[in-house]
Design a protein around this ligand. Sequence first.
Ligand code: MG
Length: 246
Amino acid sequence: MKPILTVMLAMLSISLFAQDKEDKFPASATELYLDVPVVTPGSNNEPPSDAIVLFDGKNLSKWKKETKDSLPGWKIENGELVVVPKKGGIATKQSFGDIQLHIEWMSPVMKGETGQGYANSGIFFMGKYELQVLNSHGNETYSNGQAGSIYKQYAPLVNASRPPGTWQEYDVIFTAPKFSEKGTLVSPARITVFHNGVLIQNNVSIWGNTSFKGLPKYTKHDEKLPLALQDHTDPVRYRNIWVREL
Ligand code: MG
């Protein structure tokens, strides 16, 4: 190697070393030390340690009738919560805003029923925004009304339904809508849903209150409201219901 090249290479390496010494952005500059809460995850399908358990198979103490402050008319059988047709929807006594929800449900086997008539129920976030519960295993209906749809708004990305008579689960992240003082919508509700572990709603913006007829729209409401379950006159079963407030 020519002497001049050797000297140049030596100077370059000294200069790089000096830059390294004066590095204004060492790796530690982007490392955070926060007080991250510790949560013990559940084992054997149990809730995590910071969950609010809404139904554990023992009683309905966390629930009331949807429309008034009286005992819910649904029954518990084998540790499972069963819709009693025409007793009306039920709602949590506690109000929630942003939550993670875990809920398991089972469609009964129903002879002669089709479409929206086959094991219809629903999970109403804030009592207003429905995530559909329905038998959608080999049961045709409109796509934005099948299991896992945001009813009359979003069809699920895929149909991950199990047959009637088998347990299924939803894991949901729900973000409450925000309103200005005057009542205008600042940010819509958002929802992400996993059905039996499969992503079916990916952080979609909810259009407004679930509406059977006509377009959904928002009406200003409290920051927190009860979670409700629908009585659509079918004996759908629920178990292992818990939320984490976000
Ligand atoms: Mg429904």
